[in-house]
Design a protein around this ligand. Structure first.
Ligand code: NAD
Length: 363
C-alpha cells in the first residue's frame, strides 16, 4: 500500500501523522510512504529524516493525495483536503464529526473510507487513541498551573512544591480519569499537596491504591468541592461525562470567593469547561483573570508540545496503520471488534451511530 502524510494545515497545528520512526516501520513492512515537504518541521523532523526513513518527499499536499491509497493525518481534513479525497482513499485521523456537519457531508460525498482515531475502542471501554492526548493534557495542566502561579504571570507567587520549612501549594484535581491521574502524577512529583475528586468510588479506590497516602481522595459533592476549591492554590478541571457537556462544578460565586492569585486550569474546556467563568483560550494567549483568579483554558493543550504529542500519538496509531496496510481495511476492521467502531464514513454512508444520530443521517 502507498501511505500519504500531508503537512497539517489547521491553524497552529504542528503535529504530523507519521514520525520518521513510524515511516521506517511501515516501509519495513513492504509499503511505500509519500510525505509532503515540510510535514515534520513542527516536530523537528526535516525532509532528509523522512527520506532516510525510506519515504519519498513530494512537493505538495495535492501530490500526496494523488499518489497515496491511505492518508494518515492528525486533525480532521480541512475543506481543501476534503476536496482531494477519492472513493479509493482510506483516511485515518481524528475526525470529531458529530458537531461538524459540513465535514461529514464532504466525507460522505467523497466516497472514501474514513476511520476516526477517537472512536476506536479497547477491551476495557476506553478510547486508546484519545488517551495519549489526555495524558499530555493532564501533565501539561500542572506545568501551566505552576507557571500561572508565578507572580509575573498573575498568580499569587507560590511555588508548587514549596521548600523545606515552607508549605507546598494546595492542588485540587476534579476528575480522576486519564487527565486527572496524569495531573496527580506531576503535582505529587513536584511536591504539592494534592486532593482528587471523583464521583466514581472505584476511580478513587484505584487512585488511592496507586498513589498511596500522598494523595487525598474525596467523593465529589458540591459541599466538599466548595470547601477544597476555596482553599486551593491550583484547581485542575478534568471531568468528563461521556456524550455530554462538562458539568459546571465551580460557580462564578465560588470563583469570586477563591484566594486572590489562585489558578484554575480547565482541561475540560473542549467539552464546554467545568468552571462557570471558563472560556476557550489559545497557546498564544493562554490565560485571563476573573476576580483575581487566573484562568488557563487552552482547548488544544497537546498542540503546545507537538513533539511529545506526535510521538505519543504514533505509539498508539502505528499498530492500526500497519494492520490497515498489511491486511487491507476490510480484513483489518472486521478482524478487530475494537477497530471497527473507528469506521465513521464508508462508501457514502455514515457508519458511526453517534454521528448519524447527531446529524440526522440514516444508520
Ligand atoms: P476520563 O473519562 O478518563 O475521566 C473523567 C473523570 O471525570 C471520570 O473518572 C469521571 O468519573 C469523572 N467525573 C465525572 N463527573 C464528575 C464530577 N461531577 N465530579 C468529579 N468527577 C467527575 O476523561 P479524560 O480523558 O481524563 O478527559 C477529561 C477531560 O479532558 C475531557 O473533557 C476531555 O475532552 C478533556 N481533554 C482536553 C484536552 C485539552 O487540550 N483541553 C486534551 C485532552 C482531554
Amino acid at each position: 500500500m502507498r501511505i500519504g502524510v500531508p503537512k497539517e494545515i489547521k491553524n497552529h497545528e504542528y503535529r504530523v501523522g507519521l514520525t520518521p520512526g513510524s515511516v521506517r516501520e511501515v516501509v519495513a513492512n513492504g509499503h511505500e510512504v509519500v510525505v509532503e515537504t515540510g510535514a515534520g518541521v513542527g516536530i523537528g523532523a526535516d525532509d532528509a529524516a523522512y527520506e532516510a526513513a525510506g519515504a519519498e518527499v513530494l512537493k505538495s499536499a495535492a501530490d500526496v493525495f494523488a499518489a497515496a491509497n491511505m492518508i494518515v493525518k492528525v486533525k480532521e481534513p480541512q475543506a481543501v483536503e476534503r476536496a482531494m479525497l477519492r472513493p479509493d482513499h482510506i483516511l485515518f485521523t481524528y475526525l470529531h464529526l458529530a458537531p461538524d456537519a459540513p465535514q461529514t457531508a464532504d466525507l460522505v460525498k467523497s466516497g472514501a473510507t474514513c476511520i476516526a482515531y477517537e472512536t476506536v475502542t479497547d477491551g476495557r471501554g476506553g478510547l486508546p487513541l484519545l488517551a495519549p492526548m489526555s495524558q499530555v493534557a493532564g501533565r501539561l495542566a500542572v506545568q501551566a498551573g505552576a507557571s500561572a502561579l508565578e507572580k509575573a504571570h498573575g498568580g499569587a507567587g507560590v511555588l508548587l512544591g514549596g521548600v523545606p520549612g515552607v508549605a507546598p501549594a494546595k492542588v485540587v484535581v476534579i476528575g480522576g480519569g486519564v487527565v486527572g491521574a496524569h495531573s496527580i502524577t506531576m503535582a505529587l512529583g513536584l511536591g504539592a499537596d494534592v486532593t482528587v475528586f471523583d464521583r466514581n468510588v472505584d476511580v478513587l479506590a484505584n487512585l488511592s491504591h496507586r498513589f498511596g497516602a500522598a494523595l487525598r481522595t474525596v467523593y465529589s459533592t458540591a459541599a466538599a468541592l466548595e470547601e477544597y476549591v476555596l482553599d486551593a492554590d491550583l484547581v485542575i478541571g478534568a471531568v468528563l461525562v461521556a456524550g455530554a457537556a462538562a458539568p459546571k462544578l465551580v460557580s462564578a460565586d465560588m470563583v469570586r470567593r477563591m484566594k486572590a492569585g489562585s489558578v484554575l486550569v480547565d482541561v475540560a474546556i473542549d467539552q464546554g469547561g467545568c468552571f462557570e467563568t471558563s472560556r476557550p483560550t489559545t497557546h498564544a494567549e493562554p490565560t485571563y483573570v476573573v476576580d483575581d483568579v487566573v484562568h488557563y483554558c487552552v482547548a488544544n493543550m497537546p498542540g503546545g508540545v507537538p513533539r511529545t504529542s506526535t510521538h505519543a500519538l504514533n505509539n498508539v496509531t502505528l499498530p492500526f496503520v500497519l494492520a490497515l496496510a498489511n491486511q487491507g481495511y476490510r480484513k483489518a476492521l472486521l478482524a478487530n471488534p475494537n477497530f471497527l467502531p473507528g469506521l465513521n464514513v464508508y462508501k457514502g454512508q455514515v457508519t458511526c451511530e453517534a454521528v448519524a444520530n447527531a446529524l440526522g443521517y440514516d444508520f
